[in-house]
Design a protein around this ligand. Structure first.
Ligand SMILES: [Zn+2]
Length: 551
């Protein structure tokens, strides 16, 4: 659906919210060559010469296309495996999968899939497991053995940081031994692995044996196309894949797929530092950056400082976890992070750092402070991803250092009750993902889904930041709520800023890309509690039109 060059189309809408403070609303937007020529009323656009009027959005509301600053292409690829999550979830084709609400339900769902497999030794893989909702009992290898003792079975947790494995899967990876001494491999009474593998180092060997090759997944065409369908369904026109190895053989396929005329997404992968030296990572990122196109933006790096709060692998300051769980894990050596930051600043490569616990946030802040002394660097826009437990003092230091925050607002809904009761306790749970404080202190911020950890859906993320309601309906952190207008800014211009793309996308203004979220209702008019329910018709991407139903 490309527009021919030089032709001008004026779209009429019920309302256009531009997110441009100097011209916040309009009823018509003129598009030429995939860009916004002008926005306002039909009268104000007439001076641009001949145009064609297009009324198909006359009853719709246009916003800038949503920008997801922290997602993963797994949101598209994981659907080929068995969905084992607690909440109902919509797949790329619009089918809703009911949540599996107990260990028994998870086992039953895996058994259904097991019964469809002909080869008794073929691996079986599930995703989305969320044992926090199952009380004190942890899933063990014996639970999965009940599906089938011969078949190697693994289930990735919703956090993405832990995998459960069956006895056959552990045996396949050579893990069925009594001599483990690794914090990521907890043991049972027989001194064998109990079946939970925590952190990438412990779980990757099993994932590979189960055929879940993350390197292949990052360049997987079918997964990328499924991801793009979900993007259209949610009004998303730019999305990150924020931790991919981007193997060399994936680059050509990424360039080809994103370059197709019918591809509806600007894709922004960040290369994972894992497997590289800091020097090697920055050199490779520089090489990749040079190959960027409009719809494939390469040359960013992702690092992980720690794990997840709900998996108790986030690195915490005193007094640690509320329920007494042991300290979490470091995912990177402090010296490695410092070296990476210094090289990133020196060469203009942006580093996104996963930090969940407050000790991990401290490490990132201190590392950047040291690196900035060696390489003063205005406007580096390094981002602390998740940054969930930042306190005000940390936000003030972040402001001083030019660090951005990308908060995981969906946590309030999905794990807010668990954070209140189990992981961090009431006061830190009320502070988590402090959008209001960040705004008041002046830290540039956005909010995200971390899909597939939670479903892709910027309006849901915005709803979480505005309402801070947990799954049980509890209001968690009233003082950190933000108004609808600020949440919508966070999922458009706010996210664009954290990707250095705010000059091109994030608002509907003359000269910017014609990327729109096409909505059935006006998110500024509906009740704030209904923000997540605003219907998405589809998107316009670079002037090309994509209906969600047809995607
Ligand atoms: Zn992530």
């Amino acid at each position: 659906m490309s527009q021919s060059a030089g032709r001008t189309v004026v779209y009429a809408a019920r309302r256009i919210h531009t997110m441009d403070p100097s011209r916040p609303q309009g009823t018509h937007v003129a598009v030429r060559d995939g860009r916004v020529l002008g926005v306002g009323t039909l009268e104000t656009l007439r001076g641009w010469g001949d145009f064609e009027i297009d009324d198909r959005f006359a009853a719709k509301v246009l916003l800038p296309g949503f920008v997801e600053g922290h997602s993963h292409v797994g949101e598209g690829t994981y659907w080929r495996y068995v969905y084992c999550g607690y909440f109902d979830r919509t797949d790329p084709d619009g089918r809703v999968w009911p949540g599996a609400r107990s260990i028994e339900a998870v086992v039953a769902r895996l058994r259904e899939a097991h019964e469809t497999l002909v080869d008794p030794k073929a691996p079986l893989f599930g995703w989305g497991l969320d044992p926090l909702f199952f009380g004190a009992r942890r899933m063990t290898r014996h639970d999965l053995d009940a599906v089938s003792p011969e078949r190697p079975i693994g289930v990735l947790h919703a956090s993405g940081h832990i995998t459960n494995a069956s006895t056959a899967a552990l045996a396949l990876a050579g893990y069925l031994r009594t001599d483990h001494d690794h914090p990521g491999i907890p043991l049972d009474d027989a001194r064998l692995p109990m079946g939970e593998l925590r952190g990438p180092e412990a779980m990757m060997p099993v994932l590979f044996r189960l055929g879940v090759d993350r390197a292949a997944m990052s360049g997987d065409e079918a997964g990328l196309r499924a991801f793009a369908k979900l993007a259209v369904r949610t009004g998303t026109t730019t999305a990150t894949d924020l931790a991919t190895p981007i193997p060399d053989d994936a680059i050509e396929s990424l360039l080809r797929v994103t370059g197709e005329d019918g591809f509806p997404l600007r894709f922004v992968p960040a290369m994972h530092v894992r497997g590289h030296t800091p020097q090697g990572a920055v050199e490779r990122a520089l090489g990749l950056k040079a190959r960027s196109t409009d719809r494939l933006r390469l040359g960013r790096i992702k690092a992980h400082a720690d794990g997840s709060i709900q998996g108790f692998t986030a690195r915490m300051r005193w007094p640690g976890y509320h329920n007494g769980a042991p300290q979490g894990l470091w995912y990177i050596e402090p010296e490695t992070l410092r070296a990476l930051f210094a090289l990133g600043l020196e060469h203009g490569i942006q580093i996104h750092t996963h930090t969940n616990g407050d000790a991990a946030i401290d490490l990132a802040i201190e590392s950047l402070e040291t690196a900035l002394r060696a390489h003063p660097s205005p406007d580096h826009r390094f981002v602390l991803q998740h940054c969930q437990l930042a306190d005000s003092a940390q936000l003030r230091r972040m402001k001083a250092l030019g660090l951005c925050a990308n908060f995981f607002a969906n946590h309030h809904f999905y794990w807010g009750d668990a954070h209140h009761d189990q992981t961090v306790g009431p006061d830190r749970a009320e502070r988590m993902n402090p959008c209001r404080s960040a705004q008041d202190i002046g830290v540039p911020y956005t909010i995200h889904s971390d899909a597939p950890v939670t479903p892709l859906g910027p309006l849901h993320v915005a709803w979480c930041a505005v309402n801070r309601r947990t799954a049980s309906g509890r209001l968690l952190g009233a003082h950190e709520r933000i108004p609808v207008a600020d949440a919508l800014r966070a999922i458009t211009l706010g996210a664009a800023w954290t990707l250095h793309l705010d000059g091109e996308i994030g608002s509907i203004e003359c000269g910017k890309r014609a990327d729109f979220a096409v909505l059935e209702d006006d998110p500024f008019e509906v009740a704030p509690e209904a923000l997540k329910d605003v219907g998405v018709w589809g998107t316009v991407h670079g002037g090309r039109i994509f209906a969600a139903g047809a995607a």
